[in-house]
Structure formats: structure tokens, C-alpha cells
Design a binder for this molecule. Structure first.
Ligand code: ZN
Length: 145
């Protein structure tokens, strides 16, 4: 089942492809309010992470469920028209994500993936916020250890 009508889907895709998406901004606002300082879309790092917290050696990607294939998420559903095109395009993205993640970890970065659907969902976002805070605390500890 395709949850998007044609217009809805093209609107969504146009939005997801751009930087500074709403979920990204929402997450950044939260981090800022919690006192974290970060840089965004650092070109020189593999995959150009959305949020970079250098002090914590941590990068956060805000992944669109469709473009990055959020497993088990209904928003990752590939449209029936042009199915082959989408499947190869998205598996290319997923492959690239894995390579970027590996490269980042190889040079000592901790990587956190936040999914758009989770940021957009009130309850899940609470959960994500806690996970990120724990992740950052753990990472700063290992830096100072
Ligand atoms: Zn999702």
C-alpha cells in the first residue's frame, strides 16, 4: 500500500532531499536548549553529517525514512510505479550510508542515526532525546577516560 498520493509523495521527496528539514531543526533546537553546541553539514566529514558535536566526538544523521530505508517503517515503502528505479536508488543510498558510517568510525567518530518518523512522533521523540543524551554522556566519558 502506498500511503502517499502522487502530489504528497513529490512534495515529501522535495522536502526530504533538502538540508535543514523540519525534523533536523527540531532536533537541533533540543540539543541547543540542552546546552550542546554543534556544527551542521560539515563538508569535510564522510557523508556530510547533519549535526556535528566535536567536543563529544559525535555526529548525528537525521535520516529520511524513505531515502535511507528505515527497516520496518511504513514510510520506507517504495512506490509501485518505477519500482526498480527506486529500489536501486535507495539501495545505493543505503550502501553509501554504511560506507560513510564505517569511515567515520574508523577515524574515531561516534555515529547516531535519528529517523525522521521518530522525531516526528511525540512519544518516540522523547525516547530519541534520552538515547541521544545517554549516547553523548557515554562518549564524553570515553574521551576523558
Ligand atoms: Zn521511519
Amino acid at each position: 500500500m502506498d500511503i502517499w498520493d502522487k502530489d504528497g509523495r513529490s512534495r515529501m521527496m522535495a522536502k526530504i532531499k533538502s538540508t535543514n528539514t523540519k525534523p533536523e531543526i527540531k532536533l537541533r533546537k533540543f540539543l541547543f536548549a540542552e546546552g550542546f553546541r554543534y556544527r551542521i553539514n560539515l563538508e569535510k566529514l564522510p557523508g556530510k553529517p547533519d549535526i556535528v558535536l566535536s567536543k563529544y566526538k559525535t555526529v548525528i544523521f537525521v535520516h529520511g525514512c524513505f531515502w535511507h530505508k528505515h527497516e520496518g517503517c511504513r514510510r520506507s515503502h517504495v512506490p509501485k510505479s518505477n519500482e526498480q528505479y527506486w529500489i536501486s536508488k535507495i539501495s545505493g543510498n543505503v550502501k553509501r550510508d554504511k560506507i560513510n558510517m564505517k569511515e567515520l568510525e574508523d577515524i574515531g567518530w561516534n555515529v547516531f542515526i535519528a529517523w525522521e518518523c521518530e522525531i516526528n512522533n511525540k512519544n518516540k521523540f522523547e525516547n530519541i532525546k534520552n538515547k541521544i543524551l545517554n549516547f553523548l554522556r557515554k562518549n564524553i566519558k570515553s574521551i576523558n577516560a
